[in-house]
Design a protein around this ligand. Structure first.
Ligand SMILES: Cc1cc2nc3c(=O)[nH]c(=O)nc-3n(C[C@H](O)[C@H](O)[C@H](O)COP(=O)(O)OP(=O)(O)OC[C@H]3O[C@@H](n4cnc5c(N)ncnc54)[C@H](O)[C@@H]3O)c2cc1C
Length: 414
């Protein structure tokens, strides 16, 4: 595959962009692969990428029922941070955040990582105490965060009204190297890198059954026929329960819709990401100028990848006291994705009761930020049977009561 570079752009500009090749191949499936990954979202593609890059496992197919990146990876609001409370979470999210720092160079694809800083507002005394505790925990974990004053909040984000009557801003947990990245580019960049290593990305191919013999996986049945494999990674976010049922086990997950919306594009007015957990809303400004706005997950289980009116009202109502300017914005569009939530709001990276089948799921409302680190850990788990980053997140924690409680860090999502 030809490298993208400033020289390539200049060369193509001179020949009217006729020389670009397709970023990834679209092959028909082979009869057998060493490893199959179900789900070409960010986590599935990153898993495949690190299997090839770190472990030399390249006879891999990534099977996707729709188009790659068409699930939550292409629907999220792209907040990247690692200011979690518990040590295993901080470890995997910080690994991931640090991989984002060099991702564009590593995969030769501009993912537009923008470490513009993320602040989580404290709008109650309870939150002040909680975030100060997280800042101390982060200091011990080697994650750079600090608790900042209301005056500093205002300095970093002048459009914010910090003296609101109901929920005044009392400070914020600030992570200066948190930020955003272009979500589609993360999926496309990994797909291109995987294809370049000889892996097959098979789109428009739904996995409909998982074949087993003597408790071991032997392959999958798909809309493009049966495909054999020695190892299977299930990386399908909101549809993890459906795939687990095909393999004959259950997962402690609920699937719910999470929605977001964007405004019409406006002039640059906000160069940080702000999350307001008490009122349940968050906002950033995209490079195109749209205000990207999201809130909490729907309060009922469903598989509907759509937005709904109640969400617009709830989220905008939540944010309007702190950001009065949004009352004058027009909404451009709204959408939803199906996220997979565990009881402790932490992910599952694990072996399963079926030999050779692994799951990577439960990222819930906040897995975009985890894509490179999760792929790194999942690949290590699949290739070697263990991974220091993944092991605390095994399924056995639910049997053993070893929960990794991140309901505060993941409370408002993201
Ligand atoms: C509105 C919204 C906002 C969000 N905001 C943030 C945020 O700001 N920051 C953050 O960190 N995270 C955020 N998230 C969460 C984040 O998007 C997800 O955790 C992450 O993208 C999950 O990636 P994935 O690769 O596991 O899943 P997905 O991207 O959903 O990929 C799974 C893929 O599996 C495929 N699939 C399913 N069933 C089958 C089958 N039977 N056969 C073949 N393929 C199948 C699907 O088509 C899909 O493409 C948000 C999510 C939503 C919906």
């Amino acid at each position: 595959m030809k490298r993208y570079s400033v020289f390539a752009v200049a060369r193509e500009a001179l020949r009217h962009h006729t020389g670009w090749e397709r970023a990834w191949r679209s092959p028909e499936p082979k009869k057998k692969y060493d490893t199959i990954i179900v789900g070409a979202g960010g986590h599935g593609l990153a898993t495949a990428y690190w299997l090839g890059k770190n472990h030399g496992i390249r006879n891999v197919a990534v099977i996707e029922k729709g188009w790659l990146g068409g699930g939550n990876t292409g629907r999220n609001t792209t907040i990247i941070r690692s200011n979690y409370l518990q040590d295993p979470s901080a470890a995997i999210y910080e690994k991931s955040r640090s991989l984002y720092e060099t991702m564009s160079q590593d995969i030769n694809y501009n993912v537009m990582f923008s470490p513009r800083g993320v602040m989580m507002l404290a709008q109650t005394q309870h939150e002040v105490r909680g975030f100060k505790r997280t800042a101390h925990a982060n200091a011990l974990q080697g994650v750079t965060t600090e608790f900042i004053t209301p005056a500093r909040v205002k300095e970093l984000c002048p459009i914010m009204e910090i003296g609101g009557p109901r929920y005044p801003v009392l400070g914020a947990l600030w992570q200066p190297r948190g930020g955003t990245a272009r979500h589609d580019a993360v999926a496309w960049g990994y797909a291109r890198a995987c294809s370049d290593m000889g892996m097959d990305i098979i789109q428009q191919c739904e996995v409909q059954s998982i074949r087993r013999e003597n408790g071991k996986v032997t392959g999958v049945g798909t809309t493009k026929g049966d495909i054999s494999c020695d190892r299977l990674g299930i990386v399908v976010a909101g549809h993890s329960g459906v795939l687990a049922e095909m393999a004959g086990f259950r997962l402690p997950l609920e699937s719910v819709a999470l929605q977001a919306l964007v405004s019409e594009p406006i002039k640059p007015c906000m160069d940080v990401v702000v999350m307001a957990n008490t009122v349940h809303g968050y906002m950033s400004q995209s490079d195109k100028g749209e205000m990207v706005i999201g809130g909490g997950a729907d309060g009922y289980n469903n598989y509907t990848q759509r937005g709904s009116f109640h969400h617009i009202e709830e989220t905008v109502r939540a944010l309007i006291e702190t950001f009065p300017m949004i009352s004058r914005l027009k909404m451009l569009r709204q959408w939803g994705g199906i996220v997979d939530m565990t009881g402790d709001r932490s992910p599952i990276l694990s072996k399963t009761p079926v030999d050779g089948v692994f799951v990577n799921c439960g990222w819930g409302t906040g897995g975009f930020k985890a894509i490179p680190g999760s792929g790194w850990a999942m690949a290590e788990l699949m290739a070697t049977g263990a991974s220091p980053l993944a092991d605390p997140f095994s399924l056995s924690r639910f049997r053993e009561g070893r929960f990794i409680d991140e309901s505060v860090a993941a409370g408002v999502a993201h």
